[in-house]
Every structure is written in structure tokens, then in C-alpha cells.
Design a protein around this ligand. Structure first.
Ligand code: NDP
Length: 272
């Protein structure tokens, strides 16, 4: 499997496509992680909130792939985002995953004590317990508020993004700031796969609609973490580096914006 990487601001390499792990549990989750890694995936995304860190960790061990070749991200839920709770919550994630470091530790939502929690992530980064630190679901104003107090800029902002809800202005803002934008629900949780405009482009290339959407994310300069527990879909979702959409096709897909999010979306919160 041919997989491309991007380099974060701090020089850390991240595969452009990773395996999302929300809503996968038990043996199915472990098997999915192990299968993906054996296929050539080198990025796995989980969160304490997903209640599958132990299974993800087990899948990593089952794969037999050396730990240092794998980029693992997990996240702290907002109810644990208090200065005194962040470190113990992080240690719990390490214990769940049975790992001694995390590649990317993220604030899951811009809620709770964001500025205070970020200082603890900075400490964990400086101590080498996490190789990079990031945020999720930050709108521009959340990022501007955090950047007023942060010593270290988030390296990734993981946001909902797919053709019918692209958050394109936010993607461009992150890129201007040197913060890697990453698409969660990159396929619209499956809902964008039957979009007629995308179906038409897929036919043109002899590709699936998932491949067209993921290729579109790649050409926007994003990383993406499509979730699948099915081997054939994992292969399909990563087989997107052998063709190129035209500028017109990129624009046409972007024009399918509806402004309607598929998953959770909270704006307006600020801790300034
Ligand atoms: P996705 O857009 O990745 O869609 C996943 C759904 O699409 C699943 O039902 C999957 O089913 C199906 N699917 C995957 N590939 C294909 C394919 N090629 N053809 C047809 N169907 C397909 O949605 P998610 O919401 O799971 O987002 C991806 C990841 O993003 C999450 O798993 C999680 O890691 C992360 N995330 C982060 C959030 C945050 O707040 N930071 C919020 C939400 C998600 P099946 O498994 O049966 O193949």
C-alpha cells in the first residue's frame, strides 16, 4: 500500500490517511487496528471518550508492527479538562493503550479549562511524553483565544469536514497559521458517499465516491482519518495516491456545501 506523509510544524511525520476509531468496540476494534496496520496504515486515531483505548492498544500489539512506526492520537474529554486532572487523565490513556508515549495528544472540544489544560499538554510535550499536541473542533476565535496564552501552537486542528460541510474558511485559517487541518467524518459519516455530483466524478475516474472525497481532502492539504472496520474499505480509503482531481472538480465538490454539520458542532464558546 502506498501511503503519503505530511510533516507537522515541529518536524514530526504524520501519514495523510489514518484509521478513525470512533464507534468501534471490543474484538472488532482490535481486529480493525491490527488489520489496518498490517495493510500499511501507520496512523490510528482514538479518544478516551470512545471507550476503546484498551482495544486499540491491543490491536497495535496484535499487528506486530514496531511501535515507533505508528502514529497514535488520543484525546482528553472536556469534563477532564481541569489543570489538576489533565496529567492523571493522560496517564490513564497511556495505561489503557499500554504505551509509554503518545504521538498526538489533543483537547477534544473547546470547553472546560482550555487555557489551563493546554499548559499541561505543553509540559507533557516538553517532557517527551507526547510527540506533538493538538486540538479538535476549534473555530478561528477559539484558536485566537488560545494563541494569546499558548507557548506552543497546536500542531493539528481536527475538525468535521466533508463535501457538504467543508469548513473551508477554517481550513484556510489553520493553514495560514501553520496548524495542520485534519478532517474528522471525512466521508460525512458515510452520508456524502451517495452524493450525485460525487458519483458522477467517481464514474469519470473509475473510482469509488469514498476515494473521490478522500482525494479531494488530500488536494486541499488536509489529513483525514476515515473510520472503517472492513478490510476492503480500508484498502479503498488509502488507495487514493494514483490520480489527481482537476481544479474545476475541486471547486465543484467544494460547491456542495450545505452549512449543515453531520456530527457535533459547537461554536460560540470562549474562555477569554
Ligand atoms: P467517517 O466519515 O469516517 O465515516 C465512517 C462511516 O463510513 C462508517 O459507518 C464506515 O462503516 C463507513 N465507511 C468507511 N469507509 C467507507 C467506504 N469506503 N465505503 C462505504 N462506507 C465507508 O466518519 P467518522 O465519524 O467515524 O469519522 C472518522 C473518525 O474521525 C472517527 O472514527 C474518529 O476517529 C474521528 N472523529 C473525531 C471527532 C472529534 O471531535 N475530534 C468527532 C468524530 C469523529 P464501516 O466501519 O462499516 O466500514
Amino acid at each position: 500500500m502506498h501511503m503519503e506523509d505530511i510533516i507537522l510544524e515541529n518536524g514530526i511525520k504524520v501519514p495523510k490517511i489514518g484509521l478513525g476509531m470512533w464507534d468501534a468496540y471490543g474484538d472488532e476494534a482490535s481486529e480493525a487496528v491490527s488489520t489496518a496496520l498490517k495493510l500499511g496504515y501507520r496512523r490510528v486515531d482514538t479518544a478516551m471518550f470512545y471507550k476503546n483505548e484498551p482495544e486499540v492498544g491491543r490491536g497495535i500489539r496484535m499487528s506486530g508492527i514496531p511501535r515507533e512506526e505508528i502514529f497514535v492520537s488520543t484525546k482528553i474529554w472536556f469534563t477532564d479538562m481541569e489543570v489538576d486532572k489533565v496529567r492523571t487523565t493522560f496517564e490513564k490513556s497511556l495505561d489503557n493503550l499500554q504505551l509509554d508515549y503518545i504521538d498526538m495528544y489533543m483537547l477534544h472540544w473547546p470547553m472546560g479549562d482550555v487555557a489551563g489544560s493546554w499548559t499541561v499538554l505543553e509540559e507533557l510535550y516538553e517532557e517527551g511524553k507526547v510527540k506533538s499536541i493538538g486540538v479538535c473542533n476549534f473555530q478561528k476565535h477559539h484558536m485566537e483565544a488560545l494563541l494569546k496564552t499558548a507557548k506552543i501552537k497546536p500542531m493539528i486542528n481536527q475538525i468535521e469536514s466533508h463535501p457538504t460541510f467543508s469548513q473551508n474558511d477554517l481550513v484556510c485559517y489553520c493553514q495560514e497559521q501553520g496548524i495542520q487541518p485534519e478532517a474528522w467524518s471525512p466521508l460525512g459519516r458515510g452520508d456524502d458517499l451517495n452524493h450525485p455530483v460525487i458519483r458522477e466524478i467517481a464514474q469519470r475516474y473509475g473510482k469509488t465516491t469514498a476515494q473521490i472525497i478522500l482525494r479531494w481532502h488530500m488536494q486541499r492539504g488536509m489529513t483525514a482519518i476515515p473510520k472503517s472496520v472492513k478490510e476492503h474499505r480500508m484498502i479503498e480509503n488509502a488507495s487514493i495516491f494514483d490520480f489527481r482531481l482537476t481544479d474545476d472538480e475541486m471547486e465543484v465538490i467544494l460547491a456542495q456545501e450545505t452549512g449543515i454539520p453531520r456530527g457535533g458542532y459547537r461554536d460560540g464558546y470562549t474562555w477569554e
